[in-house]
Design a protein around this ligand. Structure first.
Ligand SMILES: Cc1cc2nc3c(=O)[nH]c(=O)nc-3n(C[C@H](O)[C@H](O)[C@H](O)COP(=O)(O)OP(=O)(O)OC[C@H]3O[C@@H](n4cnc5c(N)ncnc54)[C@H](O)[C@@H]3O)c2cc1C
Ligand code: SF4
Length: 333
């Protein structure tokens, strides 16, 4: 591995200035659970690391206002266990505690989580030219198309890339219309999470709507009554410590036993966290019954394009939504 310089920033301004000074090859780092992993695999090769985990107040969690605020440096474990989040927004808490392991959640930040990269095996294990990968080396081809595709996406794919967006927390945030708060040399801005994740199209190497020197300062989530009737339902090959085969984040507003507003997003099936708008529209006005929810859920996959081995994700994904609707409707009060 090449020599890497390391600087620990204590303010956002200091981190941005250090990034600008360092120039190309600079990367921010927080818990390091994604970045060090990819450096060991030879997929990421930064030469300057700017540690943003000790930035003052970066771990702030504020649940008191019209919008919940989670500082980018807040640990996954701390947000998952926050009492207000657990009680009023189980979908957020569950998406975090069903991710990774307790050791990782004690290290990893909710900001770094947003920028984790795909687990596509050809992306992670192909450095050194073993497998072509357009995301790792633009224009080289895609080994997953026509290769082992059981874990690949069925929604939002392109002829260049079918890699799944891996995170759980971004799926819950997508369901709740969160925004990503950014700061860089161009100033501060807020990006709706629906615009933050890019479809692969012909440029799968471009994954996030963030500029190179921009730092994620936090994530804000509008307060919603649907939080109390919400859940994150994750289906995986084993019960813990595994990424989602499919997952569903569901939050419901209910009035006299009927759904008046539905928030539904899917994980494990899309090239980005996938908002299921058609399903939401079909659910609204209906009772939260499993058979009704299953019909609505199947509409989310109307444009799915499965490969040879991942067709099962379509029905599994629809059932995950339907089960999540029933669980969410039981709610927290
Ligand atoms: C074995 C294993 C299993 C896992 N299982 C799951 C799972 O089931 N579900 C799931 O969702 N995740 C899972 N993960 C991923 C894990 O959740 C992420 O690695 C973690 O959230 C990343 O956070 P971090 O603070 O360690 O980020 P880092 O590794 O420090 O950084 C990740 C990326 O974000 C950038 N970055 C970090 N902070 C900032 C910032 N404030 N501003 C701008 N850029 C920044 C870095 O440059 C880097 O590109 C797993 C990881 C491992 C290793
Ligand atoms: S699916 Fe995407 S990440 Fe995987 S090999 Fe193809 S281009 Fe690379």
């Amino acid at each position: 591995m090449q020599q890497v310089t390391y600087l620990r920033a204590s303010t956002t301004a200091e981190a941005i200035a250090a990034f600008r000074r360092a120039g190309s090859g600079a990367r921010y780092i927080a818990g390091g659970t994604t970045l060090y992993d990819l450096m060991k695999l030879g997929v990421e090769r930064p030469v300057h690391l700017i540690d943003v985990s000790a930035i003052e107040s970066a771990d702030r969690i504020d649940t008191s206002g019209d919008r919940l605020f989670f500082g980018a440096g807040a640990l996954m474990a701390d947000v998952a266990e926050n009492a207000v989040v657990r009680r009023d927004y189980p979908v957020l808490s569950e998406s975090l505690w069903k991710a990774a392991s307790q050791q990782l959640r004690n290290m990893a930040t909710v900001g770094g989580n947003l920028l984790q990269r795909t687990r596509c095996p050809y992306f992670r294990n192909g450095a050194g030219g073993i497998y072509p990968c357009n995301k790792r080396e633009p224009g080289s081809g895609c080994a997953a198309i026509g290769g082992i595709d059981r874990g690949q996406a069925v929604l939002g794919t392109s002829e260049a890339c079918t890699a799944v967006s891996p995170g759980d927390w971004p799926v819950a945030l997508t369901a709740l219309d969160a925004s990503v708060e950014l700061n860089g040399s161009g100033g501060a801005r807020s990006v709706p999470i629906a615009d933050f994740y890019l479809l692969p199209g012909s440029t799968p190497e471009r994954e996030f709507a963030i500029l190179p020197d921009e730092i994620i300062t936090g994530i804000s989530v509008p307060r919603t009554a649907a939080g109390r009737h919400s859940t994150y339902h994750k289906i995986r090959d084993r019960e813990s410590y595994a990424f989602a085969l499919v997952s569903a984040a569901v939050a419901l507003e209910l009035d006299r036993g009927r759904i008046t507003k539905a928030h539904v997003a899917l994980g494990g099936v899309g090239t980005r966290p996938w908002r299921a708008r058609r399903t939401e529209a079909l659910l609204e006005g209906s009772e939260p019954m499993r058979d009704i929810a299953l019909t609505a859920a199947r509409a989310a996959f109307a444009e799915a394009k499965p490969g040879a081995q991942n067709r099962f994700k379509i029905e599994l994904g629809a059932r995950a939504i339907a089960d999540a609707v029933v669980i969410a409707a039981e709610g927290n009060g």
